[in-house]
Each structure stands twice: as C-alpha cells, then as structure tokens.
Design a protein around this ligand. Structure first.
Ligand code: FES
Length: 117
C-alpha cells in the first residue's frame, strides 16, 4: 500500500481497500513515527474527513480533524475527543496494518463496518 519512507511524521495517504465486498476509501497516517489507518468516514456524518484532499491532521499535528465540522480524533485510537456531540466518544473504523521491511500492508476488518448514520 505504501513504503514507510514515503510517509514522514505528520503525513498521510489515502488508499482503497475492499471491505465486506465494497471498495472503501481509507487513509494511513504517520503519527510520531507510528502508522495508523482508518476508513475515511467521519463518525458525525458518514462523509470523507478530508475536505481538502489528503489533509487529515489539524494545525498542531496532534489530532486528526474532520474538515466539515471540526471533529477531532485521536490518531492512535481513532476516538473522537471533541466536536459535534453526535461524534464524541465514537471511533473511526480502524484498519489493521502490518509493516514488513519498508512496506506497509493494510488488512480489512473481519466484521462488517457501519456505512450509514
Ligand atoms: S461531518 Fe465530520 S464533523 Fe461533521
């Protein structure tokens, strides 16, 4: 899906992954040297988080932010820590990653993910 050297800390990249028979847009981020990936779908309203293409971190680089209404998510867990009440406490849908040598591989979740509101 990507090489580790292509994603410096603070950078992100989108990719497609088949989940439960549907191609889902996902993204991987490098947060302080560790890689995390999620389905690109806000937990407030099920729309992509990057209004500006491939822009997931807010200004300080400490949180992932949905560009539409500003929901803030913890990069390590995907938990929504602030923003619209309907999203707070919910988690982005996590994608398991494996890093082998310098390559990052994504694995689709075994459980179906929620697609509606
Ligand atoms: S759609 Fe993401 S915060 Fe509202």
């Amino acid at each position: 899906m990507a090489r580790t050297a292509e994603l410096a800390p603070g950078q992100s990249r989108k990719f497609m992954l088949p989940i439960d028979g549907v191609e889902e847009e996902c993204f991987v981020v490098n947060f302080r040297g560790e890689f995390y990936a999620y389905v690109n779908r806000c937990r407030h309203i099920p729309i992509p988080m990057d209004w500006v293409d491939n822009h997931f971190f807010e200004e300080s680089g400490r949180y992932l932010m949905c560009q539409t209404h500003g929901a803030l998510y913890q990069p390590q867990t995907g938990e929504c820590l602030a923003g619209p009440a309907a999203a707070c406490g919910k988690y982005l849908f996590r994608i398991a990653l494996e890093v082998e040598h310098d390559r990052i591989y994504a694995r689709a979740p075994r459980e179906p993910i929620e697609r509606g509101i």
